[in-house]
Design a protein around this ligand. Sequence first.
Ligand code: FMN
Length: 310
Amino acid sequence: MFEKMALPLMCAPMSFASSVPLAVACADAGVIAGWQGGIYTPLDEFERYLAALAETRGAPPIVNLPSRIATVETGEAKLALLEKYAAPLVLSSLGDPSRLVERVHGWGGRVVQDVTTMRHAEKALEAGVDGLMVTCSGAGGHTGFLTPFAFVPAVRRVYDGLLIVAGGIADAAGIYGALALGGDIACMGTRFIATPESGVVPGHRSMIAGTGIDRIVVSAAINGIPANWIRDSLEAVGLDAEQIAGGKIPMPEGVRGWRDTFSAGQSVALIDAVEPVADLTARLAQEFTALAPQLDWRGRLAAIETQWSN
Ligand SMILES: Cc1cc2nc3c(=O)[nH]c(=O)nc-3n(C[C@H](O)[C@H](O)[C@H](O)COP(=O)(O)O)c2cc1C
């Protein structure tokens, strides 16, 4: 399944940002292609995506279904489509994955659970998932609050299976960091929004490229779950960023949360331009290879000593 991967990298499934062109470009570039196929995606669009990805011959796709979807009407229809196309990877989120595990294993697929705490990770493993995605602090979308420096090795102590690391990763150093901590694959979300292929409204991708880490605010106000937002996008639709730090707030007339309020993680600090997926992934692969010498810390310290002695 993973033999066509060009990098240990996954594009996150993202509401409003996932698109068929983004997923296809990622698969073709050898990056695991995330798709958000949640409750609100119409069935015809859902199938269009599965059909498009079935044509690709690159890295495997991963489809996000919130766990509760297995118990709603359209959820069963979506599971039937995933079975029809023999989806290899399903990313379960927000709840108990037991029912998804049972169904997906039925066609030989694998379930990866998105977790933000140790307890959540342990419960998911008890439910029989095949992998974990640990979403750490600074992530775009619904963020975690644990630092990857402690969380990833802590999960690795109790679990030796597939471990995907997410939250704040946008460059080759971040991919290396994820692997060094014990992860197998790094996941980038915000970085892939800043591509022409993503499905967001145009202002979202340009705002990511133009903003900085201090403009990211965490708030549960938009839909009750803590997520990271670009402050300027909240202000642009008339929301008061201070008020947002409080509880859930009504959206102004015509404003749709997530589409018109822009979520992005702290990795905006590292994103300066909108780049096509093929260019982005080629550049990351080059930088990833070039980074290897930097991991030679003994050599680096020796070089610094040489510098100091001159
Ligand atoms: C705009 C946006 C929407 C997202 N929507 C979803 C989603 O629907 N389902 C999901 O599993 N994760 C979603 N995520 C979170 C990603 O899966 C991932 O955890 C996150 O993007 C990683 O952090 P990064 O953005 O710093 O790379 C979303 C992220 C963003 C930025």
